[in-house]
Ligand binder design. Structure first.
Ligand SMILES: [Zn+2]
Ligand SMILES: [Zn+2]
Length: 136
């Protein structure tokens, strides 16, 4: 079984998840820009049952997503790294790929591309959606 471990920058918070992500995305929405200080968030979608915090307790920052349901960001109160966002509408965590000890994943799609800043960089040969793909 595939297990991945990750942590915040200072190491106070650690997590792990099992099995492969159900999706891996570059998200260019305004909220992700604000939280990352960059053009996008690299998120791995992990069903909630497959994800656990193994060390420390992150703080929460909650916002209302496009769905009208909460998106809860989990971040470290020492170093401020955002480890994941709990997407309550989809019952999964969007885990920051940048927090993994070893990230071998690549993005499968670019979402919320319509909100991207003019200087955003999009990967080639990766499907791009103005918001979410039609299945959502
Ligand atoms: Zn930390
Ligand atoms: Zn986003």
């Amino acid at each position: 079984m595939e297990t991945q471990i990750g942590s915040c920058h200072c190491g106070d918070i650690e997590f792990c998840f099992v099995h492969k992500p159900i999706n891996s995305i570059f998200c260019y929405c305004k909220d992700c820009q604000a939280l990352t200080g960059a053009d996008k968030w690299f998120g791995l979608w992990i069903p909630k049952d497959n994800f656990t915090f193994t060390k420390g307790t992150p703080l929460l920052y909650s916002r209302v997503g496009d769905s009208g349901k909460a998106v809860n960001y989990h971040f470290c109160d020492s170093c401020s790294t955002v480890l994941c966002a709990e997407v309550t509408a989809g019952n999964f965590y969007s885990v920051a790929a940048t927090s993994l000890k070893k990230n071998t994943y690549t993005p499968k799609m670019s979402i919320y591309a319509a909100s991207a800043p003019p200087w955003a960089i999009f990967p080639e040969n990766v499907p791009k959606f103005d918001t979410l793909p039609p299945w959502k």
